[in-house]
Design a protein around this ligand. Structure first.
Ligand SMILES: *[C@@H]1O[C@H](CO)[C@@H](O)[C@H](O)[C@H]1NC(C)=O
Length: 439
C-alpha cells in the first residue's frame, strides 16, 4: 500500500466520522422528537431506557429519535416480522434488547452487527424456525439469550447454532427452546440434541422409530411447569413476571431471583407449599389473587424479606396458618378481601400479627362464618373474644384445651411473646418485656 493511498483512507475515515457524528448531533435536537414513535424515554440509575412496548410497531425505530443513547430498548408486544442486516446501527450502547412477543420469522445474519455491549437478548415468543449461529458473533458479551416458544425446525441449518448453545460457557443462551419440527424431534430441547446427527441423512423409513428414542421427556409424567416457559418476563420498569391466566395449579418452579413483581393471579393454585418462593429474593410485589387457595404452608413465604405488597384476595382461605407471615418484615400492603375467613380461634394469629405490624395497610378482613359473626370485622371479633365476651354460642365453643395455654393466656402476654419471635434478630434491640397477668 502506498503512503498516498493510506493517507486517502485516513482522510476518508476522518471525514466520514465527522459527518456521521454531526448528523447524529443534529438529529438529536428537539426536531427529532417528531420522528420518534410514541415511546417513553427514561433514565433509571443513570441508564437510559426506551420503552416502546405495545406500540404497534412493525420496524425498529431509528436510533436518532432519542435524546440520549439508550442502554435498554424494550420492543416487546409489537408486530415486527423481520430483522434486516445492520438494523440496530446507532444502538451500539445497548446492553439489553427485548424483542419478545413479536412476529419475527426472519433474522438476517448481520442483524445484530454493532451490538458489542449487548448482554441480554430476548427473542422468545416469536415465529422463528431457523437461525444461523452467525447472528451471535457480533455480540461477544451476550450472556442471556431467550429463544423459547419459537417453532424451531431442528434440521441441518440449525446445527451451528445448536452447537454454540451447547458450549458449557453459554449456559444461559437458548434454555428451554424446543424443536417443533421435524416430527421425530418435536418437543426435544435444542440444548440436549445431538447436533452431529442433524446433518446426517435419515433413511426415509426411519422416521417412525425416532420418537421413542427420546428418553429425556417421558410423556405421561406431569412435569412441574417452569416459570420462564409459562410466564412472560418484562424488564421495565422493573423485572416483572406475568403468569396471569395460565391455568397453573401450582407455583411454577425456577422463578428467577431478579424478579421484583410476580403476578400469579387468575390461576387455579390451591396450596402454597414450603419454600416455593425461596429463590425470589428480590420480590417486592406478589399477586396471588383469584386462585383457589385453601392453605398456605407455614414456610410458604419464607425468604420474602423485601416483599411490600401481597395480594391474597379472591381465594378460599379460612385462616392463615401460624407463622406464615414471619418473614415479611417490610410488608406495607396486604389484600385479603373475598376470602371465606372463619372467625374462630385460628384467625387470631393474623390479627395479632397485624397489630404488631401497624405499618401494614390491609383490607378485606371480614368474617364470612360462623353465622353469628358474618360480616363483622375480624379485629372486632378478636377484641370481643379477648374481653371475654364472645357471642353466645351453644355449640362448638372453643374449650380451654383447644387453646394453647402457653400462647393464649392474655393479649399482653401474647404480644410480648410474638414480638420476641417476630422481630428479625438483626433488627431487634435488647428489650425487657414486662408481663402482666390480668386475671
Ligand atoms: C392482582 O391482580 C388482580 C387481578 O389481576 C388485580 O386486580 C390487582 O390489582 C392486583 N393486585 C396488586 C397488588 O397488584
Amino acid at each position: 500500500m502506498t503512503k498516498f493511498m493510506f493517507g486517502l483512507i485516513i482522510y476518508y475515515l476522518f471525514f466520514s466520522c465527522v459527518r456521521v457524528r454531526g448528523a447524529g448531533r443534529h438529529s438529536r435536537s428537539d426536531t427529532s422528537r417528531l420522528v420518534a414513535p410514541n415511546c417513553a424515554e427514561s433514565t433509571e440509575s443513570g441508564e437510559v431506557f426506551i420503552d416502546c412496548q405495545e406500540r404497534h410497531l412493525n420496524t425498529i425505530p431509528s436510533s436518532q429519535a432519542w435524546s440520549k443513547e439508550p442502554k435498554h430498548l424494550l420492543l416487546a408486544r409489537n408486530r415486527i416480522k423481520v430483522l434486516r442486516n445492520r438494523i440496530f446501527t446507532g444502538y451500539e450502547a445497548l446492553t439489553s434488547l427485548d424483542l419478545q412477543q413479536n412476529e419475527i420469522s426472519l433474522v438476517e445474519e448481520g442483524a445484530f452487527e454493532g451490538l458489542t455491549r449487548l448482554t441480554t437478548l430476548l427473542l422468545q415468543h416469536n415465529r422463528l424456525s431457523t437461525l444461523s449461529e452467525e447472528i451471535i458473533i457480533p455480540m461477544p458479551n451476550l450472556r442471556y439469550m431467550r429463544l423459547y416458544d419459537n417453532p424451531w425446525n431442528c434440521q441441518c441449518a440449525m446445527d451451528g447454532l445448536i452447537h454454540t448453545l451447547q458450549v458449557p460457557s453459554n449456559r444461559n443462551l437458548g434454555n428451554h427452546a424446543k424443536c417443533e419440527e421435524p416430527v421425530w424431534l418435536k418437543g426435544r430441547k435444542l440444548k440436549q440434541l445431538e447436533a452431529e446427527q442433524l446433518c446426517k441423512e435419515l433413511p426415509p423409513n426411519d422416521e417412525g422409530t425416532r420418537p421413542s428414542t427420546s428418553p429425556l421427556e417421558p410423556s405421561g409424567i406431569r412435569i412441574k411447569p417452569h416459570a420462564t416457559q409459562v410466564c412472560h418476563t418484562y424488564l421495565f420498569p422493573q423485572v416483572r413476571m406475568d403468569c396471569r391466566n395460565k391455568g397453573l395449579t401450582e407455583v411454577p418452579m425456577g422463578i428467577p431471583d431478579d424478579v421484583v413483581h410476580l403476578d400469579l393471579s387468575h390461576n387455579a393454585i390451591r396450596h402454597l407449599k414450603a419454600k416455593e418462593f425461596q429463590g425470589a429474593k428480590n420480590l417486592k410485589i406478589l399477586n396471588l389473587s383469584n386462585n383457589n387457595m385453601e392453605h398456605l404452608d407455614t414456610a410458604s413465604l419464607t425468604g420474602l424479606l423485601h416483599l411490600r405488597e401481597l395480594d391474597l384476595s379472591n381465594n378460599l382461605l379460612h385462616f392463615v396458618q401460624y407463622g406464615v407471615l414471619e418473614d415479611l418484615y417490610f410488608l406495607s400492603q396486604l389484600k385479603l378481601g373475598e376470602n371465606p375467613w372463619v372467625c374462630d380461634y385460628s384467625i387470631h394469629y393474623m390479627v395479632y400479627w397485624l397489630r404488631l405490624h401497624p405499618a401494614v395497610r390491609y383490607s378485606g378482613l371480614l368474617c364470612r362464618s360462623p353465622p353469628e359473626y358474618t360480616g363483622e370485622r375480624v379485629e372486632e371479633y378478636v377484641n370481643n373474644y379477648n374481653r371475654g365476651c364472645p357471642k353466645e354460642r351453644p355449640y362448638n365453643r372453643p374449650s380451654a384445651d383447644q387453646t394453647d395455654p402457653e400462647l393464649w393466656n392474655t393479649p399482653l402476654e401474647l404480644q410480648a411473646e410474638l414480638e420476641e419471635e417476630l422481630e428479625p434478630s438483626h433488627l431487634r434491640v435488647p428489650q425487657k418485656y414486662e408481663i402482666f397477668r390480668l386475671s
